[in-house]
Design a binder for this molecule. Structure first.
Ligand code: SF4
Length: 343
């Protein structure tokens, strides 16, 4: 068993310290960081800007990759779902969605999830463990070697797991993804999606990052939300809205509320009016998501346009942008709430 910490678990400053501890000049740490995260190298031999001696010292760190792609499924809308095997044999999934000029990748932050939302395949797995920062970042590095057309521009932390319950690794991964010597992705194009972990939202507001926040709301009353998302018993809707207001005031971006449409459950006139009373408190967008069947369950033939019109009618005079996102990749179980890391 190799007890050495993998190189992709280091940030630039830590790599500088590491090479310094070997009696080498700290700037080699910057070269290694750029090779790993900007160039996305696969092998230490590709670091030809380092001396043979230094490359020899790094040899113990091979292999560099923290995850291995084992299966790729492509939907007819070109969305792709990749199944990765982690070094300890666990599996996670990541989804890549091409737009016209750029791509969006949806990253996982945990193996499984402890929150057990009733509509979610990941929740049904239970919680296994947090991903490390390197494992979060490597979902992009490994995937983009083969698939970078169109190039990746947006990142959403909306895959398996609750990102704010893996707070430190999430933040460290964001810093590597946005580091000018790393992947140099814009923080403004990263969205952290949460089921409503209030202390995590508050901490993220103070973190000094410029990322966006999405809250998976899904129900406008605590009674219903307690049933759909048990974490609501700990952090009820009023507390989530207060945290979202604070986040929005602090970083200026509108908050996105995700609302999975469950016909007959959360789309009655009373529910829509109650939803409005919460959402209008925050400069925000409301994203309606037709719920996706998990396996055989779930509605598949609802009249989504008619449902959208009902919401539109209630929200049309408000300063809330209302959208309906047809989830991508539903037939390959790559849409919201469907990731389950199955092999
Ligand atoms: S919806 Fe998100 S928070 Fe809820 S169980 Fe699934 S992965 Fe976890």
């Amino acid at each position: 068993m190799n007890a050495i910490k993998p190189l992709k678990e280091y940030n630039q400053e830590e790599l500088q310290e590491l090479v310094k501890s070997w009696g080498e000049k700290p700037f080699h740490g910057k070269q290694i960081f750029a090779a790993l995260f900007r160039r996305g190298i696969k092998s230490i031999d590709e670091m030809t800007d380092l001396s043979l001696n230094l490359r020899g010292l790094l040899a113990d760190y091979f292999p560099l990759d923290l995850l291995e792609p084992v299966e790729l499924q492509r939907a007819t809308d070109k969305a792709a779902k990749v199944l990765f095997r982690l070094r300890d044999g666990e599996f996670i999934e990541s989804v890549w969605m091409p737009e016209v000029s750029h791509a969006v990748q949806c990253l996982s932050t945990q193996v499984g999830c402890p929150l057990d939302c009733s509509f979610c395949a990941t929740g049904k797995m239970g919680f296994v463990r947090n991903l490390t920062r390197g494992e979060i970042v490597d979902q992009i590095l490994v995937f983009r070697r083969e698939h970078n057309d169109p190039p990746l521009r947006n990142v959403v932390f909306m895959g398996m797991g609750e990102p704010l319950l893996n707070y430190d690794n999430l933040v460290q991964a964001i810093r590597i993804l946005s580091h000018s010597n790393g992947l140099a992705l814009s923080q403004r194009r990263m969205t952290v999606s949460t089921a409503g972990i209030v202390p995590g939202i508050e901490k993220l507001a103070d973190e000094g990052l410029h990322v966006k926040l999405a809250v998976s709301l899904n129900a406008p009353t605590d009674d219903l939300r307690d049933k759909l998302m048990p974490i609501n018993k700990k952090y009820p809707i009023a507390d989530i809205i207060a945290a979202a207001i604070r986040f929005q005031k602090k970083n200026g971006f509108r908050v996105t509320f995700e609302y999975a449409l469950m016909p007959g459950v959360n789309d009655t006139p009373e529910m829509i009016r109650k939803l409005k009373s919460w959402v209008i408190q925050v400069p925000s967008k409301l994203n309606l998501i037709p719920i996706n069947p998990i396996g055989e369950q779930g509605p598949s033939n609802a009249n989504w346009d008619e449902i959208f019109d009902r919401f539109y009618h209630v929200f049309q005079k408000e300063k809330v942008t209302l959208t309906m996102r047809r989830s991508r990749g539903a037939e390959i179980q790559a849409a919201c709430g469907q990731l389950a890391g199955k092999k």
